[in-house]
Write a protein that binds this ligand. Structure first.
Ligand code: CA
Length: 221
């Protein structure tokens, strides 16, 4: 999953990027409201972490502008501690959740997983598909036979994206957009390599190829 972090405290955003990447997210950073709003409109993020006190344009205005343009990206706002009015204003502007500073990255990760998975209400730290269990803490996948397969960062991000979108036709470019951050060399041919690695680990039938269109995970029949 790919995240945008809009935060003007450079020390905090650098730390967040590091922690969130370790948690298996691809992360882009913006340090002011104007850049953040533009990136959030251009790039297909799976979720946004949005500070409210930002130079250039306040976070609430950024959020309200996205929602006015029907940009429904899940947003977790970062509020000052004990600032209850910020929480209320954040929800009114269209936030999906909030977190008061200071916070533990683990809690932010849990909230991000929750807002990106509205359909599933429980955050268990695992993601299930028929015959597969993805452990988001350990970044491993267990197959039907009980074998635990360790995954590299890219394999993990790719498999998680597939498991969150079962039965959907996903183009190479869409997968590339959601698996890599802006700084990465986005070569969509690389996706093919990673799909084949997942097939080697988990069986050929796990991901179907639709020639010229893309891939489908968890296809029936
Ligand atoms: Ca700030």
């Amino acid at each position: 999953m790919r995240l945008l972090v809009v935060e003007d405290d450079n020390a905090l955003s650098a730390q967040l990027r590091c922690d969130l990447e370790r948690a298996g997210f691809a992360v882009d950073l913006a340090a002011n409201g104007i850049d953040g709003e533009a990136l959030g409109d251009i790039e297909p993020y799976d979720a946004v972490v949005l500070d409210l006190g930002l130079p250039g344009r306040p976070g609430l205005e950024v959020l309200a502008n996205w929602r006015r343009r029907s940009n429904a990206v899940p947003v977790v706002v970062l509020t000052a501690r004990d600032a209850w009015h910020e929480k209320v204003e954040g929800f009114r502007a269209g936030a999906d959740d909030y977190l008061a500073k200071p916070f533990h990255t683990e809690e932010l990760v849990a909230r991000l997983l929750a807002v990106t998975r509205r359909a599933t209400t429980l955050v268990t730290g695992t993601l299930q598909a028929p015959g597969l269990t993805l452990d988001e803490q350990r970044q491993t996948v267990t197959d039907a036979g009980g074998t635990v397969h360790p995954l590299t960062g890219t394999e993990f991000r790719l498999l998680r994206y597939f498991m969150l979108h079962p039965g959907q036709l996903l183009s190479k470019s869409r997968l590339t957009e959601h698996v890599y951050d802006n700084d990465s060399d986005k070569d969509s041919n690389v996706i093919e390599v990673y799909v084949n690695r997942l097939r080697q680990k988990l069986g050929k039938g796990i991901i179907a190829t639709h020639r010229g269109q893309g891939y489908m995970f968890g296809e029936r029949g």
